[in-house]
Each structure stands twice: as structure tokens, then as C-alpha cells.
Design a protein around this ligand. Structure first.
Ligand code: BG6
Length: 467
């Protein structure tokens, strides 16, 4: 097997990082509208340009132009999220916001008309602020049914055209950042690991419930889980380090396992014992968890190197998954590891265990781009580093395909420049399309094709032969 005409080459974006229009057409606030500094806190309501997400890259008003650009690149899939608070402004209304439905209807129609497969994430780090304030987010079970109502509305309005659905973006991040991933406003220092597992349990039940609703609505809908994946490498062959890598891997596998097998894995015993977890799990929860996903999706940015005793090693930078400095891989401008083979490892790792189709829901490298000008004065962005990064990762996808792993798509993160999740800046760019907006809020918001745009176009046109 290798790349075929059906392989979903494309890109991924998230509502809160690109749409802007944070209070237009009846949209309610989401936690992101109060996170001007990303995950680095504090939570505060700041106007533009202090919170760049309020305008994002203006996708809300420019989606037609952006989808045209994606079509020009031959993109076959766009993974995007539906902002919960655009459909249910507080999360608790009985009726959805018609204007919100209209916006996503237009986006989906535009994609379908251009031959681009839509893939929707139902929750991408954008819990409605009202629910965060009233219930402390996913700390409360109340959110399960509220989320199910939102998801059902989405299936009923868009399920005729959207076949692929993801429930929670990077659901395992709830253990690391209860605010970002679960809308928990209480300071994370006050939320024990035991409680984080309970919060994650509410989301896992919600994920399974929504999967059930999707399949009841239309059995041909494909629902996937989504985790922040990384290959976990032991720093040395000291058994202590090897076991540490195994244990850290299991913390992530916990989430994939329950989505795929419908119950918690055997090693949850160890995790619960270590963290003092007394999971509040009802019989009804157990029955709901049985509704398993159709495919596994994940983000892959880099591998993580770990040791039992980390104090003797240097650490490397990273967004969420920071590990030790690995002397065998290269490092990005942001000092994040670049490890394409880690993607090959992850693909095999999950396929071996679950034999479910896999989708690379995010991959990319944040970088400052330099804008130069050609003889006619047109902006030129020579992002060879981005081409190299993407090429090497796609080669590993190809390698896994040839080995027999069933991967059906690859979405490059932030295919059109958008605001970063961790640091809420826009100068950390991922796109093949440049957006003229800077972290100080200046810029025209005009779009320009980077060098990588034409490169990716050829890669897709030739089904990877141009790699
Ligand atoms: C993933 C998130 O963790 O990483 C995205 O799903 C995020 O929302 C991406 O943007 C890249 O991280 P950052 O912080 O550089 O934007």
C-alpha cells in the first residue's frame, strides 16, 4: 500500500484559533476569549490586540477565500472544529443559534462544492465560558448531556455532508491542563491527579455517548478519538528508564484504549493506585463506554525522551509534551525535537494494538517566517524548513503504509496561519498560506501563498510521488 487517490491529504484548524468574530451573530464567549496568554494564564478579559483570538485569522469572514486556497492546493480534507458557543451560546439553551448553524452550513457547503472532505472536531479547547463558570467545566457530570445535545444538533444539521467526526481534541491533555482541555477554572494547583482522572472520565463518557448518538443517527458516520501522541523513548537501556517510558506511554494509552475497547485498560489499576483515584463510575457509564470509535486520530509533533531520574539530563522545549534532550534528533527554531521516525513508530504502535484505521489529525512545526519581496513587489516566503519537515514526516507515513498500516489521511496543522494554542501568538506559524497578521495585532489579514503551498500541491497531485 502507498498513497492513493483516496488518501486524505489536507490540513487542520480550530475555531477558536482562526475564526475570530468572537461575539458576532449570537456567539457566546468561550474560555479562549479570556485566554490572551494561551495556557500560560492568567484568565482575563482583554480586548484586541491583547487577545489575538478575538480576531484570529478572520476565517469567519474569509472562509470562502481560504477554502478556495485549499482547493488550489488540491487539499482533500479540512479538519476544523465547530465552536460549541456559536451553536449554544451558554451551552444551556433549548434551541440552537440559527446564525451559528448557518455559518457552519456555509463552510461545509463550500468545502463539499470544492471537493474537500470535511472532518469536524466537536470540542477543540473551547468550552463555553458560561459552563466553565457555572460548573467549573468538565468537573461536573452535567456537561455530559449538554455536550451530547450539542453533538446531536451537529449530526442532525451537518451529518448528511460530514462523514468524519472527532469528539475531543487531544483528550489526554485534560490530565496536564484541566483549564485548556476541560474548561476547569479552578487553578490547576488545586486539582489533584485523582480529580483530573475523574474529569477525564466525564469526557470519556461524553465521547462514547456522542459516538452512540452519531451511529444511531446514521450508521455510516465515522467517529474517531483524538489524542496528543508522541513516541516515548527511554533515555538509556537502564531498565528503570525503559519502565518509565512504558508507564508514561500507558498514561496516554489509557485514553485510546477506552475509546477502542469500551472499557478501561488493565493498567488503570496501577495508574489509580499511584494517583489515589477512586473513580466514580456508574453502571450506566460502563454501558455507555461500550460505544467504541471507528478510527483513531492523533496529533504528532515530536517524540518524548524520558528517564526515571531526569535530574541528570537536559530537558528540551515543547508545547505540552516536554521531554529530555535527545542527542539523536534535530531541533526546531523553538527548540522542539524534530523526529519524523517517531511518527512511523506511533502509527505502528496503534495499528498493532487496535487494527483500526488511523488518521494523522495534526503534524507541523511552528516557525517565524521571513517575508521577502520579488521584483514585482509581491511577498515571497521561502519556508524550505517547513517543506523539509513535512516531507520527512510524510515519508514516514508512506513507509508505514507500505508496511501495511491502515492510515487514511494526514492533516497539516494550521495550514493557514492561525493563533497558537499554547502561547496565543501568531508569529509562530505553521501554515502553507501566510496570513499578514503579527503578534502585536498589526497587519492586513491578507493571505499569501508560501513556497510550501506549491510544494504541497504537487505532493498531493502526484499522490506523494513528488515527495
Ligand atoms: C495541538 C493543538 O496541541 O498543538 C492545537 O491541538 C495547537 O490547537 C497545536 O495549535 C500547536 O500548538 P501551538 O501552541 O504551537 O499552537
Amino acid at each position: 500500500m502507498t498513497f492513493t487517490n483516496e488518501f486524505l491529504f489536507g490540513g487542520a484548524i480550530a475555531a477558536n484559533q482562526c475564526e475570530g468574530a468572537y461575539n458576532e451573530d449570537g456567539k457566546g464567549l468561550s474560555i479562549q476569549d479570556l485566554m490572551p496568554n494561551g495556557v500560560r494564564g492568567p484568565l482575563t478579559q482583554q480586548p484586541e490586540p491583547y487577545n489575538l483570538k478575538l480576531v484570529g485569522n478572520d476565517f469567519y469572514h474569509r472562509y470562502k477565500e481560504d477554502i478556495q486556497l485549499l482547493a488550489g492546493m488540491n487539499a482533500r480534507v479540512l479538519r476544523f472544529s465547530i465552536a460549541w458557543s456559536r451553536i449554544y451560546p451558554t451551552g444551556e439553551e433549548d434551541q440552537p443559534n440559527e446564525k451559528g448553524l448557518e455559518f457552519y452550513n456555509n463552510v461545509i457547503n463550500e468545502l463539499v462544492t470544492k471537493g474537500i472532505t470535511p472532518m469536524v472536531t466537536l470540542s477543540h479547547y473551547e468550552t463555553p465560558l458560561y459552563l466553565a463558570r457555572k460548573y467549573d467545566g468538565w468537573r461536573s457530570r452535567e456537561l455530559i448531556d449538554l455536550f451530547a445535545k450539542f453533538a446531536k444538533t451537529c449530526f442532525e444539521h451537518f451529518g448528511d455532508r460530514v462523514k468524519y467526526w472527532l469528539t475531543f481534541n487531544e483528550i489526554n491533555v485534560t490530565l496536564l491542563s484541566p483549564l485548556l482541555s476541560a474548561g476547569v477554572l479552578t487553578d490547576k494547583s488545586q486539582i489533584s491527579m485523582a480529580e483530573r482522572y475523574q474529569i477525564a472520565h466525564h469526557q470519556l463518557v461524553a465521547s462514547a455517548k456522542v459516538t452512540r448518538i452519531a451511529h444511531e443517527y446514521d450508521s455510516t458516520l465515522k467517529v474517531g478519538c483524538m489524542v496528543a501522541a508522541s513516541a516515548k523513548y527511554p533515555m538509556t537501556c537502564n531498565p528503570d528508564d525503559v519502565i518509565e517510558a512504558l508507564h508514561q506511554q500507558q498514561e496516554l494509552d489509557y485514553f485510546v484504549h477506552v475509546h477502542c475497547k469500551g472499557e478501561y485498560p488493565y493498567f488503570s489499576k496501577r495508574l489509580y493506585a499511584e494517583h489515589g483515584v477512586q473513580l466514580d463510575i456508574t453502571e450506566e457509564d460502563q454501558a455507555i463506554l461500550k460505544h467504541t470509535v471507528d478510527f483513531i486520530s492523533f496529533s504528532y509533533y515530536n517524540s518524548k525522551t524520558v528517564a526515571k531520574d531526569e535530574s541528570q539530563y537536559q530537558t528540551s522545549a515543547g508545547n505540552i509534551l516536554r521531554g529530555l534532550r535527545n542527542p539523536y534528533v534535530n531541533y526546531s527554531e523553538y527548540d522542539y525535537p524534530i523526529d519524523p521516525q517517531g511518527l512511523y513508530y506511533v502509527l505502528h504502535y496503534y495499528y498493532k494494538q487496535y487494527e483500526l484505521p488511523l488518521f494523522v489529525a495534526e503534524n507541523g512545526m511552528g516557525h517565524h517566517d521571513q517575508v521577502e519581496y520579488d521584483d514585482q513587489g509581491n511577498p515571497v516566503i521561502n519556508d524550505d524548513y517547513r517543506i523539509d519537515f513535512t516531507r520527512e514526516h510524510l515519508k514516514q507515513v508512506d513507509r508505514a503504509l507500505k508496511d501495511g498500516v491502515d492510515v487514511f489521511g494526514y492533516a497539516s496543522w494550521g495550514i493557514i496561519d492561525l493563533v497558537s494554542a499554547a502561547s496565543a501568538e501568531i508569529d509562530k506559524r505553521y501554515g502553507f498560506v501566510y496570513v499578514d497578521r503579527q503578534s502585536d495585532g498589526s497587519g492586513t489579514l491578507n493571505r499569501y501563498k508560501k513556497k510550501s503551498y506549491d510544494w504541497y500541491k504537487k505532493v498531493i497531485e502526484t499522490n506523494g510521488a513528488y515527495l
